[in-house]
Write a protein that binds this ligand. Structure first.
Ligand SMILES: Cc1ncc(COP(=O)(O)O)c(C=O)c1O
Length: 517
């Protein structure tokens, strides 16, 4: 394999993987593994593509890109996004704090989420952020805060349109096919229509709260542009119905949320609805062969060798520009049909995975090799990372693309389970193809981990979480330090009665019996 460009930030040269201008093998020499590595320029490129793409297809009014902070709320990352003149979608009080520190203009911070605490709402009103109402109870706290602070709180209503035109199964459900429109309706985000209208009417009567628009977010149920076309149709219909019920209310801004796929789109690649049947066949065969112990393992081994291979999707999702085109076009056509004037209407979007995903890689090393020849042939390698640091991706059944960073020219010819280091099965990469001469110390790069992974890590097995490094051209900076063992135990406290001298046994006689009837 010759040197090649993988995408705008990754390439291979002389058998090594590069991120921007940096050789990942050198990064590992200097900083060790495991580590997340993020490209600043890739993040900036993605933001600018979103801005330009949506501006080209939404000439009616301003466009604001408001990336979802939940996808990566590391302070330096949020600072880069604020520096690109974006807004910010936040979910929690913590994300609000990081957004304010990063310097986003509060009128472009969308305070999303359900439930929202009273203090969180009070601070949002005080900071003059946009509150996206997603709970029936919120309006009381907003009105109360606005009155107390003597501020006109600006809010949007988060609707939950039925995407009736898209009945293909949703990628969110791993257990079997279930229509996307139903799955989306069962998601907790978004208010039912009756609630939207009744809160809207109350806002219309309020002297302290000002309704400025609508919001929706459905999530990445499907990567296709057709799904987006149907989402936009459903959204415009819902906006039309609600606006009519609110005496022909005209929104000043609408947000279409996020949910666009990231280009290599690892989402749900692990899900195969036929898998239970394949396992059942294997199970029945293995049972049927049990009277023949000499034959059983050799036959099963051959089948396992041939059948079980775990692969990334290998199919690219639509581009940012294609998503922008379908959204802009459908909104331009269907908002007026539903009675909404589009001149001057601000269009907002909140990309998470599609903006951050391909900005980040994770570098890990092979720590142990265990080839098994008997009773079945099966090879395993253990790496110095764990699925507990990819919780977001495990939840969404990702299969990540990967590259052996110090062996990019070698063909992948051997099948191996590449497993994480926790005490679980930790099947991060079960039955994948690897180079023929895989060795201890070889470096594996997991791609497209810039969204949701670092921020969803846990300390399972008391493992300190790894560092995140930022690449800017040929410079590398630590933007989140690796945890130490001390950090892992920092929150633990030993109560006084457990600080007793050795040998002192506390009284553990049950006290339940005394009060029981
Ligand atoms: C309100 C809102 N906006 C945007 C996003 C980002 O979604 P994605 O990462 O799929 O683009 C989310 C994610 O859950 C969300 O809840």
């Amino acid at each position: 394999m010759a040197d090649k460009k993988i995408d705008d930030c990754l390439s291979t040269k002389n058998g090594h993987l590069f991120i921007e201008q940096l050789n990942t093998v050198d990064i590992v020499k200097e900083y060790g593994t495991p580590a997340f590595v993020i490209s600043e320029n890739q993040l900036r490129r993605n933001i600018r593509r979103f801005q330009k793409g949506f501006e080209s297809h939404w000439p009616a009014g301003p466009v604001k890109i408001m990336p979802a902070a939940k996808a990566n709320w590391i302070s330096a990352i949020q600072k880069i996004i604020a520096d690109e003149n974006c807004g910010c979608d936040i979910y929690s009080a913590g994300e609000f704090s990081v957004a304010l520190r990063a310097g986003f203009d509060p009128q472009f911070i969308s305070v999303n989420g359900v439930p929202k605490g009273k203090d969180h709402i009070f601070r949002a009103v005080k900071e003059r952020a946009r509150i996206t109402i997603d709970g029936i109870e919120e309006i009381d706290a907003i009105e109360h805060a606005a009155k107390e602070l003597n501020i006109a709180a600006k809010v949007r209503l988060r609707v939950r349109p039925a995407v009736e035109g898209f009945t293909k199964y949703s990628d969110f459900i791993p257990t079997g096919p279930l229509s996307t429109d139903l799955v989306a309706l069962a998601y907790k985000g978004g208010l039912p229509r009756d609630a939207v209208i009744s809160i809207g009417k109350r806002i219309m009567r309020s002297r302290h709260v000002d309704l400025v628009g609508f919001h929706q977010h459905h999530g990445r149920h499907d990567a296709s542009t057709r799904y987006w076309e149907e989402q936009m149709k459903a959204y415009t219909k819902e906006i039309g119905i609600v606006s009519q019920a609110l005496d022909n209310f005209q929104p000043k801004e609408i947000s279409i949320g996020g949910g666009f796929a990231c280009p290599r789109d690892p989402f749900a690649s692990e899900v195969k609805f036929s898998e239970p049947y394949e396992y059942l066949f294997l199970h029945l065969l293995s049972k049927a062969l049990s009277p023949f112990p000499k034959l059983r393992y050799p036959i099963l081994s051959k089948i396992l060798e041939k059948v079980v291979v775990f692969k990334p999707k290998g199919k690219m999702a639509p581009s940012i520009e294609e998503y922008a085109e379908v959204c802009g076009k459908t909104l331009r056509e269907h908002l007026p049909i539903n009675g909404i004037k589009i001149k001057g209407l601000m269009l907002q979007t909140e990309p998470g995975r599609s903006l951050h995903g391909n900005t980040g890689i994770h570098l890990t090393r092979i720590m142990s090799l265990k080839p098994m020849n008997y009773p079945i042939k099966w090879k395993q390698a253990a790496i110095d990372t764990t699925e507990f640091w990819f919780t977001g991706g495990r939840y969404e059944h990702h299969v990540y693309d990967y590259i052996f960073a110090n062996k990019t020219e070698q063909e992948l010819v051997e099948k191996m389970d590449v497993l994480g280091r926790s005490c679980y099965g930790d099947r991060l990469f079960p039955a994948i193809m690897v180079p023929g001469d895989l060795k201890i110390g070889d470096i594996m790069a997991m791609l497209d981990v810039g969204a949701y992974q670092e921020v969803s890590m846990s300390n399972f097995n008391a493992m300190p979480r790894p560092a995140t490094l930022l690449v800017y051209r040929d410079k590398l900076s630590v933007i989140r330090q690796a945890e130490t063992e001390e950090d892992v135990f920092r929150r633990d406290l030993i109560p006084e009665h457990l600080q007793m001298k050795e040998g002192c046994k506390p009284d553990i006689t049950s006290s339940i019996g005394e009060n029981a009837a």
